[in-house]
Design a protein around this ligand. Sequence first.
Ligand SMILES: NC(=O)c1ccc[n+]([C@@H]2O[C@H](COP(=O)([O-])OP(=O)(O)OC[C@H]3O[C@@H](n4cnc5c(N)ncnc54)[C@H](O)[C@@H]3O)[C@@H](O)[C@H]2O)c1
Length: 459
Amino acid sequence: MEFEKNILSIGAGYVGGPTMSVIARQCPEYRVELVDIDHEKIARWNSDDLPIYEPGLAEIVQSIRGRNLFFSTDIGAAIDRADIIFVSVNTPTKTYGYGAGMASDLQYWEQTAHTIVQHSRGDKIIVEKSTLPVRTAEAMERILSANDKGLRFEVVSNPEFLAEGSAINDLMKADRVLIGHHQSKTGRKAAREIVDIYRHWLPARRIITTNVWSSELSKLIANAFLAQRISSINATAQICERSDADVQEVARAIGTDRRIGPRFLNASVGFGGSCFKKDILNLVYIARSFGLEEVADYWNMVVRLNEAQKARFVRKMVSAMFNTVAGKKIALLGFAFKAHTGDTRESPAIDIARQLLEERAVLAISDPRALDNARRDLEGIPGKVEFQPDPYRAADGASALAILTEWPEYRDLDYSRIYRRMNKPAFVFDGRNILNHPVLFKLGFNVYPLGKKGLSHFR
Ligand SMILES: NC(=O)c1ccc[n+]([C@@H]2O[C@H](COP(=O)([O-])OP(=O)(O)OC[C@H]3O[C@@H](n4cnc5c(N)ncnc54)[C@H](O)[C@@H]3O)[C@@H](O)[C@H]2O)c1
């Protein structure tokens, strides 16, 4: 079959995979391909055991794989074939040299630019899908235009706003798609081609075009604002615990104000995921490099507060359990950074587990999707850890339960059965405020929610 256009994603991870699957399904006249340097990942994309879990994703892949959706490791051939290349590689925080711990590590990004030049025989549109520091497109263009084949590459920024756990829904019903382009004839033409893709399923009013730098910066700022809301409500939770206010009541009261809105107002053990921390640190780095010290300090506080939130949760557990958890079994329910994903990158559960192990607790970790990743995350950390898919077994003989991910199934567990099989006194630390605290208290638990008074049987 002849396809109208060849679209390629370099990088078949949490962004490349779902984004391209949706584009392929919505645009059957386009041939959509994903390539990756990770051969095992590509093999899994071509199997029934996909490398990532997202609700609805497996169904899409199964229905169109081999028709107009392809996964391959032959990066050169795929680049040569492509008219439009989305670059969706990872851009982690730099761990070495200048800017270590703050700046974006652009080595995968730059490597991709060189590979594109090497394998191209015709002009192409290059789409920045990865989240990048502002003005990265400029560097990309310099590398791409330094070719001696007379080729032209037009770089367009199209950051991704999907959230893991609801990626397919977010892509299908995107609040907006952002396309940043150069204000030139070729820039506008390239942007129109990207708009055309999304117009297959989104109305024109949901597609925003800007200049390239606004687009790059908007993605960093969107994540910084979202993370800032979480740190704001977590800071509020700390005040609530000291003042007998209730953070859920406060969230409801302020969330009804249309200027504030109700979303992202759940107090928790802290934000995680691969993006928030790295993108804010990147923003802090950029601000400092512009000499904007107050701006840098302002955003840095969002990350610092998040780190403190995790440490405070562990301190609260230890202090409630008579200042020692050494040798005590603690069941951690949930390890993914949020519900409906198996992703544990930067999950607060990692730091909490590490700190509890330092306190010599014995951990039983349960999660419906993330146990393989949890095992990898805790590898090499000394201490006793059991990975247990069944939450009831995880709680068997434990002194405490801690809810670390808001999986809905944890709401509906049979807590009287759990209580009977736990060590007494039994504790629940609800790091997501999803349980019915008075009911648990009546069952006999000592209950410690976030940002509200604990319910304890001790006098
Ligand atoms: N995960 C999210 O929810 C999310 C949301 C929006 C934006 N983003 C951004 O999108 C980008 C990708 O994130 P992700 O979560 O998909 O990362 P990921 O690690 O899941 O996927 C990136 C993939 O790129 C591959 N890769 C790296 N270098 C390559 C190269 N030179 N050639 C071919 N493949 C290469 C890696 O092997 C990996 O499979 C990041 O910049 C991230 O900040 C992520």
